[in-house]
Design a protein around this ligand. Structure first.
Ligand SMILES: [Zn+2]
Length: 413
C-alpha cells in the first residue's frame, strides 16, 4: 500500500457533499489527500462489499472521487471480471443508473500470520470475506528453515486447483517491526531472527506479489477497508494482548513511520515503579497493561496466584467478578492517561479496540473513559470506542486485506 500507481487517473474536484448520512458527512472533511494511488480500486471493492451494489455516481460521492476517475477504475475492474454490472435501475431521473456488485469468487488473496509456534493461513475473497482459516505448525528456528516451511504452506494453497489462478497476492503479517517497502526484519527477538530479508526470500520463490508487514498494520488496514474506515478518515486502533500496540489511520492512510517503526505504543514510559520490559527499559506502558502486567497486578492484590493465566482473568471478568473489574478499571486508567495525549495530539477521538484482550474492555472502559475525561484538552473528552470481536485469524485476514492493495495486485488490470 506504499507505492503510488500512475494508473489511478486524474483526480477531479471532490463533490461538496461527503456522505449518505449526517454522521458520515460530519466525520469526513471536505478534502482528501491525493495520495490514494493504488488503493482506490481496493476502496471501491471494499465499499461495494460493505454497502452492497452501488452505481458509479454513488461510489464517487461516498469515496469523494470524481465520477470520471470512478468510471476508469470500474471499467478496469469490470473487464477483469471483478465487478458485475446489474440491470439498470428504472424510474430514476436522467440517465439510467447501473449498480455494480463485487464478484467475490473472481479473485482472492492469501493472508498468513506468523506466530511463535504456528501460522494462520486464510483465503479471503474479493468481498473481504474470510473463506477458510487453517492453523499450520511452524518452527521459526533458523535451523528449521522457516522460509522453506512458509513456502510449503503458501504453495499448498497456490497449487490447489480451485485457487491456482484465483489467488492474486500473498500478505504476510509478523508481530515485529518490518520495513514495509522491502519486508526486511532488522530484529525479531521472539523468532530469533536478525537482519532477515523475509519479503525478498518469499518474493524470489513465489509467482504472485508478496507483501510482508507488521500484524498491527495489517489489521489496521482491514479496519480501514471494512471497519471504522467506512465511517471515518482518521481513527486509532488499540491492540490489547500479550503486547500493547497503537496504530493510526490519518487521512485514510495507515501511518507507518519511516521504516515502519510506528505502533510501539506499549513502550511509552509511564512510571519508574514497573518491572523491566522486554525492550530493556523500565516502566513501559505494556508492563502494566498487557497479559503479564494484569496478572502481576492481580497477584499483588491477592486475586491470583503464580499459576493463574490470563484466560482465567478473562473468564472472571466476563462473569462480573467485582475485584477483577476494579483491577481492570485501574489498568484502564493507565491506558487512558497514556492514550489521551495521543488523541489530543492527533485530534482523532475514534478508537477501535482489537486483540485477544478485547473481552476485558467492559472492565477496562470505566477507568479508561474517566482518564480521558479528566484530560484538560477536549479532544479526549469526545472519545468513541468500538470493540472488535477477535480471533486468531484476524491478523491473517488483515494480511490478506493488505495484499489486495499491494502494488501489482489490482494496479495492473
Ligand atoms: Zn518496553
Amino acid at each position: 500500500m506504499n507505492g503510488r500507481s500512475a494508473e489511478s487517473g486524474p483526480r477531479e474536484p471532490a463533490p461538496r457533499t461527503a456522505g449518505r448520512s449526517g454522521d458520515r458527512s460530519t466525520a469526513r472533511p471536505a478534502s482528501r489527500s491525493a495520495e490514494r494511488g493504488d488503493t482506490t480500486r481496493v476502496e471501491i471493492l471494499a465499499l461495494l462489499s460493505t454497502a452492497g451494489p452501488l452505481d458509479r455516481r454513488q461510489i464517487a460521492k461516498l469515496l469523494r472521487l470524481g465520477v470520471g476517475t470512478v468510471h476508469e477504475h470500474t471499467r478496469r475492474l469490470l473487464e477483469a471480471g471483478y465487478l458485475q454490472a446489474l440491470d439498470a435501475q428504472s424510474g430514476t431521473v436522467g440517465r439510467p443508473r447501473i449498480p455494480l456488485r463485487v464478484v467475490p469468487e473472481a479473485a482472492a488473496t492469501l493472508g498468513i500470520r506468523i506466530a511463535t509456534d504456528h501460522l494462520v493461513a486464510v483465503v479471503v475473497g474479493l468481498d473481504g470475506r474470510m473463506e477458510t482459516s487453517v492453523v499450520h505448525p511452524f518452527d521459526p528456528a533458523q535451523t528449521a528453515d522457516p522460509i522453506a516451511q512458509l513456502l510449503t504452506v503458501i504453495r499448498g494453497y497456490l497449487d490447489t486447483p480451485a485457487l491456482r489462478t484465483r489467488v492474486k497476492a500473498v500478505g504476510v503479517a509478523t508481530p515485529d517491526t518490518v520495513d514495509p517497502d522491502t519486508g526486511y526484519l532488522h530484529f525479531a527477538p521472539r523468532f530469533g531472527w536478525t537482519d532477515f530479508p523475509l519479503g525478498r526470500l518469499l518474493r524470489d520463490q513465489l509467482p504472485v506479489p508478496v507483501l510482508v508487514d507488521n500484524d498491527l498494520t495489517a489489521s489496521t488496514t482491514a479496519e480501514l477497508l471494512y471497519g471504522a474506515g467506512r465511517e471515518y478518515d482518521d481513527f486509532l486502533v488499540l491492540a490489547l494482548g500479550d503486547g500493547v500496540g497503537l496504530s493510526a489511520v490519518l487521512d485514510r492512510k495507515v501511518h507507518r513511520g519511516p521504516g515502519g517503526v510506528s505502533g510501539t505504543f506499549g513502550h511509552t514510559y509511564v512510571s519508574d515503579t514497573g518491572v523491566l520490559c522486554a525492550c530493556g527499559a523500565r516502566g513501559c506502558l505494556e508492563t502494566f497493561t498487557n497479559d503479564q502486567g494484569i496478572l502481576r497486578a492481580a497477584c499483588r492484590r491477592e486475586l491470583a496466584s503464580a499459576d493463574t493465566d490470563i484466560a482465567e482473568i478473562r473468564t472472571r471478568a466476563i462473569a462480573g467478578d467485582p475485584d477483577i473489574l476494579a483491577l481492570l478499571a485501574d489498568v484502564g486508567a493507565i491506558l487512558g492517561r497514556a492514550l489521551a495525549g495521543v488523541v489530543n495530539l492527533l485530534g482523532t477521538p475514534t478508537i477501535a479496540v482489537i486483540g485477544d484482550n478485547y473481552v476485558l474492555w467492559p472492565g477496562l472502559e470505566p477507568g479508561f473513559l474517566d482518564a480521558m475525561r479528566t484530560s484538560p484538552v477536549t479532544a479526549a473528552h469526545r472519545v468513541k470506542v468500538t470493540v472488535r470481536p477477535w480471533t486468531d485469524s484476524q491478523h491473517a485476514w488483515g494480511a490478506a486485506s493488505l495484499a489486495l492493495g499491494a502494488p501489482g495486485t489490482l494496479t495492473r488490470l
